[in-house]
Ligand binder design. Sequence first.
Ligand SMILES: [Mg+2]
Length: 420
Amino acid sequence: MSGARVIALADCQSFYASVEKADHPEYADRPVVVAGDPERRSGIILAACPIAKRYGVTTAESLREALAKCPELVVIKPRMQHYIDVSMQITEIYRSFSDLVEPYSIDEQFIDLTASLKLFGTPREIARTIQEKVRSETGIYTRVGLSDSKVTAKMACDLWAKKNDDGIFELKREEIPSTLWEQPIQKLFMVGNRMTSHFTSMGFTTVGDLARTPLETLKLRMRQKFRRNCDIDAELYWRIANGIDNSPVSPYTHEEAPKSIGHQMTLPRDYRALEDIKIIILELSELVCQRCRSKGYMASVVSVGCQGADFDRPTGFYRQMTMPDPTNATNHVYHWAAKLFERHWNGDPVRKVGVSVTGLEKEGEYQLSLFEERDRLRELERATDSLKRKYGDTVIMRAVSATAAGQARDRAGKIGGHYK
Ligand SMILES: [Mg+2]
């Protein structure tokens, strides 16, 4: 066991719906959904409780479709601020087990338990205790994937813990060939329908088929298949299939004077309605602002990016703008992020959304630079650079980084001037 890490990915079951059920005991035995806008039948189901799911109701379908399957559905309007508060409450519970807790989405968090074993028991025992604590304090059921890296913990949760009776699964490194590799390729993290058919046509039907292919061979074959250099993608899939992920569980990406604070979210399905996407933007804005506030930063630039799910035809965009005043207030950041999105979105389906802020200054200090236009411009340019670095290096945001590069021509001043 020399030096191996113990990482947990804890996921809240049907998060929004579970929060509502915890607050409304009278709905305990009824099918409950949280929907974008209950008045609008075309609104999207944001969460469905397990009882609703038994009727065939699924996340991201329209309310109309859901009601056709289950007319007695209890439809609840989302209370995003409340869900964010509960999410923070759950983070605090995880923090009582480890100081290394990293949110992956509003209802999923990584916890590094390596240093917690001596205090709290075996990984499985800790997972059980966490489950019980979250359940008794919030009424929410968590499923916990355990492994020695983030990506394998994530798959332990998605592929097994969510289907187990006890909601816990430990994916051991030595058991990867007999467990993960036996799975059909579409079960691999990050592989959607599109990539499934590509991989299948390349002869990769199981995760093991992909994992056992030498990386250089895979790169070559993917180049031939897609007629372009996609080495980064090849390596990404290959690493996931082999469970290779050395990235740390980091509560904050940049502890010291961050260049930017951002969050992104992968959606369960394509989102097509502006109203639904705006809810995600609000959620992300809140997560971003919460981090700004806890660190004492104000931000002057907000950016929003999105990406489609189609690997062959990367869609999406990445845009930023200067806000009229530095801020860390959720409603301000949300206001500008949503405006920015609305202005640049061409209606393509969206699978991934990100919101981030740059031009960070310690609260109280920003007043000074307001008087110094040159400082301010320099600050903006630095912000653009750091965004380029950030997104250029991040595989997940690679499709939008192409657009970000085009942004280089947009002088910082022009961005500010254009939107002010
Ligand atoms: Mg969940």
